[in-house]
Design a protein around this ligand. Structure first.
Ligand code: GDP
Length: 512
């Protein structure tokens, strides 16, 4: 495949910035994207019918800005995990009445890990209980210091609902873009990234692509991921038919042979034959790579460090309470192994979620969970993306293992092995015995000699031993998947309907 030739600096011209809006749920991301579109697009394009194509472009005094229309750090990082670098600037929306929330911090970690500059939009400034200074204070604590306090983060006060502060926000985006000197060469064959794609009954595969360099033209032969195509038609977000699209322009195209995935790269080739050949080669390579897809594990990351591929071990920390996050972080920061840096990509409270797994995939990080579990969605994605999730309930154990991995001495004497999962369907209280949980075993088995953890909303709230395990009136040695049983945990009576029970055993690991 052709190595991209360097663009001659003389051929480069400024291109519009591409912006992603992120922030906590309900802080106003969607409303802000609508407000920007309404104030800057609909008015000037009277009569135009705006289409949702996954991205749109606005104009401010002859200068353009492209907005990705799927807000949130999940979409952003899912694209990164596929190797796509699309966003130039992140607008972090924080509601002035609510302040910094968990997903605000997630978004911050995701943007930082990608090295994308952040502009803060303090939203809902119209509300009587809006407190923008508190937002600044809270973000400053996480390293986003406002310019007016001597830092370099731009904060803009907006009301997405009342369309206030929108132009100022756009001005600031253009200012940051100017400092970044975003440039591209419009006079060559296009390449870029798929923003979204679907199968349309009438038109066949339809994809919104962002042109990142060059100019895309109707009739161009291209390869998207592993799919061949020829641009049959091209439309912008106003439904206007285009014949060509330059750098940073999002366009909806038809003419692909199949539906690509968001984050897939596209590239135009000189002719049909070449594009077809490349598509076939890539499809073959992809099948090979899928077969070889490797687990990103602590041990492997260590061997890469030794081979000099990586000089750092990236970690994502999740724990049950704020105190554990900080204790874990402090202990990890103390680990000193020569020549290796441990970088904490993100740290937060709560169950391991999809966002953590996608970030781990993009950052090639290992996830360390302390007294927490992945939720079902995260678990499935971690399996698909082959992300190493390591779960602990003792801080020093986590530290020992990380240290050992860094020194190449990962040899646990005992290894925890999860043998089964069950749901608490009912609970009974017996006066002399305590609370008995009526379980339904959903995976594997529960054995009388196993340890059990009680998990509520993804958080481990108890870890202990079994006092009794019964089916009907009989004590049993084990209960397997698909069966019900009664469980009494030693010294613990707070189990509730809806809790999950994880059963595990400690297995001796042969020493090398
Ligand atoms: P998202 O989850 O971040 O996309 O949030 P939405 O855009 O859906 O907004 C959540 C709620 O906040 C909606 O009821 C909006 O009407 C409201 N909202 C958004 N922006 C503002 C604002 O500037 N002022 C006020 N008062 N409400 C807002």
């Amino acid at each position: 495949e052709t190595i991209e030739e360097q663009d001659d600096p003389a051929s480069l011209v400024p291109r519009p910035p591409v912006v992603t809006v992120m922030g906590h749920v309900d802080h106003g991301k969607t409303t802000l994207l609508d407000a920007i579109r309404k104030t800057r697009v609909a008015a000037q394009e009277a009569g135009g019918i705006t289409q949702h194509i996954g991205a749109y472009q606005v104009e401010l005094d002859g200068r353009f800005i492209t907005f990705l229309d799927t807000p949130g750090h999940e979409a952003f990082t899912a694209m990164r995990a596929r190797g796509a670098k699309v966003t130039d600037i992140v607008v972090l929306v924080v509601a002035a009445d609510d302040g910094v929330m968990p997903q605000t911090l997630e978004a911050l970690s995701h943007a930082r890990d990608a090295g994308v500059p952040i502009i803060v939009a303090v939203n809902k400034i119209d509300k009587p209980d809006a407190n923008p200074d508190r937002v600044k204070q809270e973000l400053a604590e996480h390293g986003l210091i406002p310019e007016e306090w001597g830092g370099d983060t731009i904060f803009v006060h907006v009301s997405a609902l009342r369309h206030q502060g929108i132009d100022e926000l756009l001005e600031m985006i253009l200012l940051v873009a100017e400092m970044r000197e975003l440039r591209a060469n419009p006079n060559k064959r296009a390449r870029g990234t798929v923003i979204e794609a679907k199968l349309d009954r009438g038109r066949g595969p339809v994809a919104t692509v962002l042109v990142q360099n060059g100019t895309l033209k109707v009739g161009d032969a291209l390869v998207v991921g592993t799919i061949y195509g020829r641009v049959r038609s091209m439309h912008d977000h106003l439904g206007r038919r285009l014949t060509e699209a330059g750098p940073s322009t999002p366009v909806e195209i038809t003419g692909l042979e199949d539906v690509p995935e968001a984050g897939d790269a596209f590239m135009v080739f000189e002719d049909d034959a070449k594009a077809k050949q490349i598509a076939e080669e890539r499809a073959l390579k992809k099948r090979e790579q899928e077969l070889k897809k490797k687990h990103v594990s602590l041990d492997e990351l260590f061997s890469q460090i030794q081979q000099g591929d990586t000089k750092e071990l990236a970690l994502i920390l999740k724990a049950d309470v704020h105190g554990s996050v900080e204790a874990l972080r402090a202990a990890i920061e103390k680990i000193k192994v020569e020549g290796v840096r441990v970088r904490i990509v993100h740290a937060g409270v709560g169950a391991i979620n999809e966002s953590d797994v996608m970030l781990a995939s993009a950052a090639r990080a290992v996830i360390i969970g302390f007294n927490v579990r992945p939720d079902a969605n995260a678990k499935a994605i971690a399996e698909r993306e082959k992300i190493d999730i390591r779960l602990y309930n003792v801080i020093y154990k986590a530290i020992e293992e990380i240290e050992a991995a860094l020194k190449g001495l990962l040899e646990p004497v005992y290894e925890e092995k999860v043998i089964g999962m069950a749901e608490v369907r009912q609970t009974f209280f017996a006066s002399r015995v305590g609370t008995i949980a009526g379980l339904y075993v959903t995976e594997g088995k529960i054995t009388r000699d196993a340890h059990v953890r009680v998990i509520r909303d993804g958080i481990v709230i108890h870890d202990g031993k079994i006092e009794s395990l019964k089916r009907f009136k009989d004590d049993v040695r084990e209960v397997t998947q698909g069966y019900e049983c009664g469980l009494k945990i030693q010294g613990y009576n707070d189990v509730k309907e809806g809790d999950l029970i994880e059963a595990y055993v400690m297995e001796a690991v042969p020493q090398a």
